[in-house]
Design a protein around this ligand. Structure first.
Ligand SMILES: [Zn+2]
Length: 379
């Protein structure tokens, strides 16, 4: 009971502090997002009007096609890693790879080597390529339980686009990491696969606090409720929509500010970094994190690396079907999440007490409020 009271107080304090921020007029340029959640947006405008993808998508498995295209009992679990870049190339991807499947790697191909290691440690086989011809036929893609992109710009030709789409429609799974959000800008179906979001710009590489919004997914289970990570904290336009949010960054902890190189003021109170969804018959697990080589190295001391890797492995495993996919309470969407937060605040009003709850010292944790909400729901 004591724990419950404490957590509810935290949720109340969050709401009180949020109201103060609005009331003080400190965020004169902010406006409430279209869904009326009341999140401060710090000048960021949630356009919220990206046309709905003309495919079934969301957090319900009704949008998934279980058509028997994968037989792990016979074939094991296999992941295809695609790291082709037609624009900026992250240093941790190393030198461009040669043609074909599984070309030679060097130690500088940090991301590819890390994913191979994660597969060895967790029971799935990894192939890797930067050769678009591997995507020439859907039949090739159906050999893989999931396909992971850490790419940039336009890296799929017409045949490859078709194969990827057929693969997803046939129950395939996509894992998008970091600059996957800077890929195929001019293909709306792909943007939908990402959750309706794209990289716009980002602030300086810096540490910040990551909040776990949903502790019940394979990718977030066992993680601390908050951790310190270091990344570029991609600013997204539009914001992801209709997905199950798993983790967010608290922009108030960005010491060097949140304004990006093309003027985005930062995403403010609600800045998601990891989410999942069913999409057009398939599955997609997505994270904007993973910029630095330190995120990927074994036993890395880079801030948050162990949690990033744990989260990523869970995301890959759930996409491939080794674990339940995209789990959580409620539908996990932004509107429901914020409505539940308000409801938790309403329940947290002290009964007959004249003593208002004190705001917590230091920052206001979205994770704490979220977990208070979950705890209150579960009694
Ligand atoms: Zn980056």
């Amino acid at each position: 009971m004591k724990k419950r009271t404490t957590m509810l107080a935290a949720a109340t304090a969050l709401l009180a502090a949020t109201s103060l921020a609005f009331g003080a007029g400190a965020l004169a340029a902010s406006r409430a997002p279209a869904d009326g959640t009341g999140y401060t947006t710090n000048g960021y405008t949630d356009l919220g009007s990206f046309p709905e993808p003309q495919v079934c998508h969301g957090v319900e498995p009704k949008c998934y096609h279980d058509w028997g295209n994968f037989d792990p009992a016979a074939n094991g679990y296999r992941l295809l890693v695609y790291t082709a870049t037609a624009g900026p190339r992250h240093a941790d991807l190393g030198p461009p790879l040669g043609p074909g499947l599984d070309p030679p790697l060097t130690a500088a191909n940090v991301v590819q080597n890390a994913l191979i290691r994660m597969g060895q440690e967790n029971g799935f086989k990894v192939d890797w390529t930067e050769d678009v011809s591997v995507f020439a036929s859907p039949a090739t893609l159906f050999k893989y339980n999931a396909i992971l992109f850490f790419t940039s710009r336009t890296v799929l030709d017409d045949a490859a686009q078709t194969a990827l789409r057929v693969y997803i429609e046939g129950g395939g799974a996509f894992v998008g990491v970091h600059n996957a959000f800077g890929t195929e800008y001019n293909w709306d179906w792909f943007r939908g696969l990402l959750g309706g979001a794209e990289l716009y710009d980002h602030a300086a590489l810096q540490t910040a606090t990551v909040d776990v919004l949903n502790p019940d997914d394979a990718s977030t289970r066992g993680l601390p409720r908050t951790w310190t990570g270091e990344d570029e904290w991609y600013n997204l336009v539009p914001e992801p929509q209709g997905v199950r949010f798993l983790a967010a960054v608290d922009d108030s902890t960005l010491a060097q500010g949140q304004r990006g190189y093309y003027g985005d003021p930062g995403m403010g109170r609600f800045h998601p970094v990891t989410w999942c969804q069913y999409y057009d018959g398939g599955k997609a697990w997505l994270t904007t994190l993973g910029h630095d080589a330190g995120d990927w190295e074994a036993n890395s001391a880079f801030p948050g690396a162990q949690y990033f890797q744990q989260m990523l492995v869970g995301g890959i495993e759930s996409a491939m079907g080794m674990q339940p996919f995209c789990q959580g309470r409620g539908d996990g969407t932004r509107a429901t999440f914020s409505a539940a937060l308000r409801a938790a605040g309403a329940r947290a009003v002290p009964d007959g007490s004249a003593e208002p709850p004190k705001p917590p010292a230091g920052r206001i944790s979205l994770a704490a409020a979220t977990h208070a909400m979950h705890d209150a729901e579960c009694g």
